[in-house]
Design a protein. Structure first.
Length: 417
């Protein structure tokens, strides 16, 4: 995979002349300012009297804590092995277990196609380092996952937003962006998108795959939420489509299905790019935690993972419904939102003339918080948008939170209750 190898070569050859501090000092400064504002929101979330729709966290009370503890006990039966250094690619047993689950979901995969990473965020960072050089254009959905934007900024890439509708990237807009910017990478979250909660229909996925084939475009298909489906039927992965299976990197995570504290993710990539990612990872952290990988492998091999996920999805369905039921009364007349078929979020848009950041100020006073949508945009932001996360509260708490949100809307309009 010449592009990835060239990226590594150029990185190695860089230097010798004056270097701007941190390479991307201005971008990092801007990201830190944004991160600070989000930390403030999450700081409010930590208060016991606040109902938070802000964080993208799974429900901790639904973790299979006993099963995970038992998996660690099994892993520690071989302490000298699991407490030692490991291979950069990752524990072969964990890679085999993940490959088995991917194959069962319709994407034939072997363990040798996978690299275990320290969370899916590291998988994206490895891909960026292995594939991109400063100035490369990266296409993203508008809006998109905030930390992906930060990752591409750290790679000094030029991020180009592609207009979207409820089915994801608009094919005509994608073609126009590819022709104009000659990008190297297209970053997508086709299933239960963060932040918009939408899912990309199969036909749209095929159009994206055909575009990648025509233009030699790499695709990063991020799938952290795909197993959190509580309605409808799954669509095929873009990575499974013959037009671009050799140009697609699939990213995944155990954070939403097991526990985020494990910090385990993975990437599935064609051989040359996969090896470039392994080289970068070796330089970055040698390998992900040996003991955590061994425990995750033991859990996936022995636990009723599908039964656990069925319970999680059933609970998320109830919590999502509680949120959706209350929004019609809480938000201003003319507001819109997407009804998700899975995942962790509801994306809403207030009527023109409203500002989600202004609403957040009133909501915080009422003891409820959410994330305004503006930070998820790489182009001009839509200040009327907001993202609400539903997993971390019971339906009763969510109902109360939506009532508080409704009172905040009344405060904002001058009809304080």
């Amino acid at each position: 995979m010449k592009d990835g190898i060239d990226a590594l070569r150029l990185t190695a050859e860089a230097g010798g002349g004056p270097v701007e501090p941190f390479g991307t000092a201005g971008r990092i400064s801007a990201m830190d300012k944004l991160a600070s504002s989000l930390r403030d929101i999450l700081g409010h979330s930590a208060r016991a009297d606040v109902i938070s729709f802000a964080g993208g966290m799974p429900a901790s009370e639904l973790f299979d804590a006993e099963g995970i503890a038992a998996a660690y006990s099994r892993a520690l039966r071989s302490p000298r092995q699991v407490l030692q250094y490991s291979t950069t690619e990752g524990d072969p047993r964990l890679r085999a277990a993940i490959a088995l689950r991917l194959s069962a979901r319709g994407l034939e995969t072997t363990r040798d196609q996978l690299v275990i990473t320290t969370g899916a965020q590291q998988a994206l960072a490895l891909l960026s380092a292995a594939l991109l050089v400063p100035g490369d254009a990266v296409l993203v959905e508008e809006p998109t996952y905030l930390l992906a934007l930060q990752c591409f900024a750290c790679a000094d890439a030029e991020v180009i937003p592609v207009p979207c509708d409820r089915g994801g990237v608009i094919p005509e807009a994608l073609e126009e962006a590819v022709a104009r910017h000659r990008p190297k990478l297209l970053y997508l979250i086709p299933e239960f998108h963060n932040p918009t909660a939408r899912s990309m229909p199969a036909e749209r996925r095929r159009e994206v795959a055909a575009c990648a084939e025509r233009h030699g475009l790499w695709i990063a298909e991020d799938d952290p939420y795909g197993e959190l489906r509580f309605a409808g039927r799954p669509e095929p992965w873009i990575a499974s489509m013959p037009e671009c299976h050799d140009r697609t990197v699939l990213l995944g995570s155990l954070s939403k299905t097991m526990a985020p504290g494990l910090r385990l993710g993975w990437l599935r990539a064609p051989a040359a790019l996969r090896q470039a990612c392994v080289t970068v990872k070796g330089a970055m952290d040698v390998h992900s935690s040996t003991i955590d990988q061994a425990a995750a492998a033991a859990y996936l091999d022995s636990a009723d993972v599908d039964g656990h996920l069925a319970r999680v999805c059933s609970s998320y369905r109830e919590r999502c419904e509680a949120l959706l039921t209350g929004l019609a009364e809480a938000l201003p007349v003319g507001s819109e939102w997407v009804r998700p078929a899975g995942g962790m979020f509801v994306w809403a848009r207030l009527p023109e003339g409203h500002d989600a950041a202004d609403l957040l100020r009133h909501a915080t006073e009422r003891g409820v918080v959410f994330v305004p949508g503006a930070p998820f945009f790489s182009g001009p932001p839509d200040h009327t948008t907001l993202r609400l996360s539903f997993p971390t509260h019971t339906p009763g708490e969510i109902t109360e939170g939506v009532h508080r949100l409704g009172r905040a809307v009344a405060d904002m309009s001058g009809t304080r209750t």
